[in-house]
Ligand binder design. Structure first.
Ligand SMILES: NC(=O)c1ccc[n+]([C@@H]2O[C@H](COP(=O)([O-])OP(=O)(O)OC[C@H]3O[C@@H](n4cnc5c(N)ncnc54)[C@H](OP(=O)(O)O)[C@@H]3O)[C@@H](O)[C@H]2O)c1
Length: 350
């Protein structure tokens, strides 16, 4: 059987690396990872390329006869929750599609988008979030430009596209600090060292709000499904675990896992709260012989603040994917437990 050839843009990022894992596990794919900083990883090829630079893209990727693009790159975004660079993110996708399309073998482009499509981060929105019924966010987002480009540019061509709209990424990785699991686990270790309960870093209304998460193993399998299932062509799909816990419910389970007393909601900004806790964390690391980075590197506290700030419900419908045959469902606390266990194995938390 002829192997399909996948290029993964952003293959060193949170989801890019899980798409690579999934394709290599499935077999039948030659996998090529793209990012500005090249890496070495067995089972796949790496090309260091700046997708924002058309000259570099042509120099490094011309002649590549890839069948599938998995587009999971995201240009640097220094401020959490703020509008990302629409022009650069759109140009990066256009540059890649242009060079791969010229190779003549392109079948499908998958673009990684997210639930910010619906503007849930700005304030309460009508729920559930539904791909083809819910209103689009009123603010700028490169998702819209990329989607419009893929729709227009694929019209009448042999290739099609799909896109995914996950919510907060959850993954056992310990080296990428924009991680809600790392934020919670390290915050818990600091609170415990201080002899404090596991207070919720948000307000009382937010503590009662329903939230949701996306496990990156589930997301990677959903993405490969979308890219290879003909009925998904030119469609967008929400991808979340499928449960919709209240923060207070899952927070109680976290406290149990860490052997701590559940605290109360406290409207603090973790970025400020953690600013003087470096010595506390250093003491935890020393006491338990951990191999963890310093407190300002191990987890992105501003990202935690972005996740804990909303005091309204969010819920994405999985009905569209389920109707077409993607039926994975994951209990979010089970997912977090696996992450925490991995952090412990990797000696990041006690
Ligand atoms: N993180 C979340 O919770 C979340 C939730 C929902 C949706 N999403 C969406 O998922 C997508 C991927 O997010 P992520 O969190 O996985 O991203 P990420 O971890 O920040 O990774 C970004 C990737 O893009 C690469 N990249 C950045 N600029 C590049 C350039 N100019 N040329 C080539 N490669 C470049 C990076 O590598 P180099 O820096 O080495 O170039 C890295 O591999 C985004 O569209 C995001 O909006 C994320």
């Amino acid at each position: 059987m002829t192997k399909k050839i996948a290029v993964i843009a952003g293959a060193s990022g949170l989801i890019g690396r899980r798409i690579a894992d999934q394709l290599m596990t499935d077999g039948g794919w030659n996998v090529i990872g793209l990012a500005r900083r090249g890496q070495t990883r067995s089972g796949m090829q790496w090309l260091a390329v700046d997708l924002a630079d058309r000259v570099d893209v042509d120099a490094k990727l011309s002649g590549l006869q890839a069948t599938h693009i998995f587009y999971a790159a995201r240009y640097d975004h220094p401020v959490e929750g703020k509008t990302e660079d629409v022009e650069t993110n759109t140009r990066m996708l256009k540059n890649l599609v242009a060079v791969i399309e010229a190779g003549g073998a392109l079948e499908h482009v998958h673009a990684l988008h997210g639930s910010k499509w619906y503007g849930h981060q700005l304030g309460p929105v009508k729920l559930p979030l539904e791909e083809d019924k819910s209103a689009r966010s009123p603010n700028d987002n490169y998702y819209f430009e990329q989607d419009a480009f893929l729709r227009a540019h694929s019209a009448g061509k042999a290739w099609g596209y799909s896109s995914s709209r996950p919510h907060a990424f959850c993954d056992p990785a310990v080296d990428l600090p924009r991680s809600i699991g790392l934020v919670i686990a390290v915050y818990a270790a600091v609170q415990r060292e201080l002899g404090l309960p596991l207070d919720f870093p948000g307000n009382a209304t937010g503590y009662q709000a329903h939230t949701q998460f996306t496990d990156l193993g589930v997301l990677a399998r959903a993405i490969v499904w979308m890219a290879t299932e003909p009925r998904c062509r030119n469609q967008a799909f929400n991808v979340v675990n499928g449960d919709n816990p209240r923060w207070c419910e899952i927070w109680r389970q976290y406290a149990g896992w860490f052997g701590m007393q559940e605290g109360t909601p406290r409207t603090i900004k973790l970025a400020d709260y953690m600013a003087d806790k470096g010595p506390v964390w250093d003491a935890v690391v020393k006491k338990h012989s951990l191999k963890a980075p310093p407190l300002d590197k191990v987890a992105l506290w501003a990202y935690g603040d972005y996740q804990f700030r909303p005091d309204w419900d969010v819920f994405s419908s999985m009905q569209k994917a389920r109707t077409l045959g993607f039926n994975e469902h994951l209990d979010s606390f089970t997912m977090f437990s696996r992450q925490f266990e991995n952090y412990r194995r990797e000696k990041i938390i006690p």
